[in-house]
Design a protein around this ligand. Structure first.
Ligand code: 5GP
Ligand code: MN
Length: 364
């Protein structure tokens, strides 16, 4: 016979696991039919994505936007917390995106008037600042489609897959789950391809057999990959290339003992090179080109915070460092965060962390 307190213990555990199982059930979009029903009648729909949107954020938002618009049923809007980088200017209907920073009242009204809220390429509402504060109290059905680790469970429908290369890959999966792959067209394909190549560094990481099959299908619907490569990656202004040169020749510090490379940018650099949002995108990846570097850090002094971008090779997780020490997160090999100290102090703090990771960094 079980002792009463043991019985109670087992009961509590059982309830906990039952709740957990329910949560997981909700998380895996098993209730896709419910969402299908919601999408089968005309709706006002808003798509949101993370602050400082990158190719995957913009590509997944516009890909889903065109997919939903093509149905002819819905009135779809995209709200981004902040401006997108210039090299995505060519994307179909990108100019229709409502930027919260520019038009806060209009953005708020669009969100509040919507019957479904899609949250793409971010895993917690605090990643979208004020837009998140607007969304959190709303009882509107929320759909999260994302590939970051450790999703917060704020959404009613969650398609979260950290193994996916990009949120764009998951938008493809979503369309497939809705049995509507026949609705894919060149416009949607161009948007999804953009997120896939930007998040995989043009197929250098996060790839899989499944991803290449998806990409082949995107080419089948008319995507011209070489044209997109030019539009996205060969569209730098002179200042971008000079900034890259400056970072690599003047601001790169290598710490061989820790297999780490660090680039720092000061406020003065921002002025000299007239750096705007998105101009520093991709610079951190150059540090990983060094054979003996396993971790790359890009530390930028911005007006109110110091922003940190981290990258790594192999099994070393920069997500953990970003989360533990810089109030951030992301993926195993690409993560970011922020510091509220000055640039020097932040650099010192970052370097101070390295000894505790020395063994792992040298083992990778
Ligand atoms: P990046 O270094 O290109 O800005 O970001 C790399 C990855 O880390 C992205 O997936 C991004 O979502 C994530 N990330 C960057 N900054 C932050 C942050 O401040 N907080 C969290 N949670 N994730 C971040
Ligand atoms: Mn992404």
């Amino acid at each position: 016979m079980l002792k009463p307190n043991l019985l109670e213990y087992i009961l509590v555990k059982f309830i906990f696991f039952a709740k957990f199982a329910l949560l997981i059930g909700r998380k895996r979009m098993e209730n896709i039919n419910e969402l299908k029903t919601l999408l089968s009648t005309p709706k006002d729909i808003v798509i949101t994505t993370h602050r400082n949107p990158d190719g995957d954020a913009i590509g997944s938002s516009l890909g889903l936007y065109h997919f939903l618009q093509n149905s002819g049923l819905h009135n779809v809007k995209i709200v981004s917390p902040s401006e997108y980088p210039e090299n995505f200017d060519w994307m179909p209907d990108v100019k229709k995106i409502v930027i919260y920073d520019d038009e806060p009242e209009r953005a708020k009204k669009i969100i509040e008037d919507s019957a479904i809220i899609f949250c793409l390429d971010f895993n917690s509402l605090d990643r979208i600042d004020k837009v998140g504060e607007i969304i959190r109290p709303l009882r509107t059905p929320k759909v999260m489609i994302d590939h970051h680790l450790f999703p917060e469970s704020f959404a009613d429908f969650i398609l979260s897959e950290p193994k996916a290369s990009s949120t764009c890959e998951l938008i493809y999966d979503f369309i497939e789950k809705l049995n509507q792959k026949n609705h894919l067209d060149e416009k949607i394909g161009n948007c999804l391809y953009t997120g896939i190549i930007t998040d995989t560094g043009s197929f250098k990481y996060g790839t899989s057999v499944k991803l290449f099959r998806i990409v082949a299908e995107l080419l089948d619907v008319g995507v011209r990959d070489y044209i997109l490569q030019d539009l996205i990656f060969n569209s730098m202004q002179e200042k971008h290339l000079r900034l890259l040169g400056h970072c690599l020749s003047q601001r790169l510090k290598i710490l061989p003992e820790y297999k780490t490379g660090i680039i720092t940018l000061t406020k003065e650099d921002y002025q000299t090179f007239e750096i705007q949002r998105g101009d520093t995108e991709g610079i951190v990846n150059f540090i990983l080109k060094l054979k003996d570097v396993k971790m790359a850090a890009f530390i930028m002094e911005q007006p109110t915070i110091v922003k940190i971008s981290l990258r790594s090779k192999g099994n070393f997780s920069v997500q953990e460092i970003a989360k533990k020490h810089f109030r951030g997160g992301g993926h195993k090999n690409a993560a970011g965060g922020a510091s509220f100290q000055g640039l020097e102090e932040t650099l010192e703090r970052f370097e101070g962390l390295l000894p505790r990771y020395k063994n792992v960094l040298n083992a990778v």
